[in-house]
Design a protein around this ligand. Structure first.
Ligand SMILES: Nc1ncnc2c1ncn2[C@@H]1O[C@H](COP(=O)(O)OP(=O)(O)OP(=O)(O)O)[C@@H](O)[C@H]1O
Ligand SMILES: [Mg+2]
Length: 253
């Protein structure tokens, strides 16, 4: 259950084969990493899973629900949320309100008559947002405006906004990009805790090989839209093509 299944996925942009016959499965409770050089199709795959892109061919299923014909807001309701490589925060809103944006799909449209209920809803969602921000270590900043906050905090707001969706599966697009070594260690811990403490399956795109090797149950390597290798970290680390094309000396660091 809670299995993501990608089958023979093809996504072309005119002449660019962003994804070319990609198939794999992510099991419930896994931390599954997607790696590959720039332009290999990682973010496009996320865009196909969460309904931003409509692939020309293939199937995407989550617990037997067909995601191909679903819209992004429906896919969130099916239990999949995501973070973005280029942060999608709103600078002139507080951290708390940025996080609450992720709860939007749960809120019903209210008229004046129902304002009291709406207030109750807001209180309930705020409590959840603060719980998540506390989990990520940013609860003390909730009333600060996002603009001017350190990049590391903005990245955590991005993660908090995905977590308030109450996902069963979270897609994280380069959560450690732009982070220093200490922040990257923190992100590794957070990703592990998202799985271990919150029980959420994680599909993560990352370029930081130390991070990927340390947290992943399995890794899929994309190259020019095709799967080059897939397996547990040891297998991928020692795969000759992966060493040659992607990891170089870092594989043995
Ligand atoms: N909306 C789009 N329109 C046209 N081409 C696109 C679009 N989105 C992605 N592409 C192309 O598809 C290919 C894969 O891009 P994608 O963003 O998925 O790569 P990536 O693996 O996420 O790279 P990076 O590591 O740099 O984030 C690239 O050649 C890119 O230019
Ligand atoms: Mg990308």
């Amino acid at each position: 259950m809670n299995k993501l299944s990608i089958q023979n996925l093809k996504m072309h942009f005119s002449g660019v084969h962003a994804l070319d016959d990609v198939s794999f499965k992510v099991n419930k409770g896994e931390i599954f990493s997607l790696i590959g050089p720039n332009g290999s199709g990682k973010s496009t795959l996320f865009n196909c899973i969460n309904g931003f892109c409509e692939p020309q061919k293939g199937d995407i299923k989550f617990n037997d629900i067909d995601l191909i014909n679903s819209k992004p807001h429906e896919i969130v309701k099916h239990g999949i949320s995501r973070t973005f490589q280029n942060l999608q925060n709103v600078p002139y809103m507080t951290l708390l309100d940025n996080v609450l944006l992720g709860a939007h799909h749960r809120l019903t449209v209210r008229d004046t008559f129902n304002r009291w209920i709406s207030q109750k809803e807001r209180e309930r969602e705020e409590a959840l947002a603060l719980e998540i921000m506390d989990f990520l270590g940013i609860a003390n900043f909730e009333n600060k405006y996002l603009t001017g906050q350190p990049y590391g905090i903005q990245k955590l707001v991005e993660i908090a906004r995905a977590l308030i969706c109450k996902p069963k599966l979270i897609l994280m697009d380069e959560p450690a990009a732009g982070m220093n070594d200490q922040e990257t260690l923190e992100i590794a811990k957070i990703i592990s805790e998202i799985r271990d403490v919150l029980g959420i399956t994680v599909l993560v795109v990352e370029h930081d090989m130390n991070l990927v090797m340390s947290i992943s149950d399995r890794i899929c390597v994309l190259d020019s839209g095709k799967i080059l290798a897939m397996g547990i970290p040891e297998e991928v680390k020692n795969h000759p093509e992966v060493i040659k094309v992607f990891l170089g000396d870092e594989a043995h660091a």
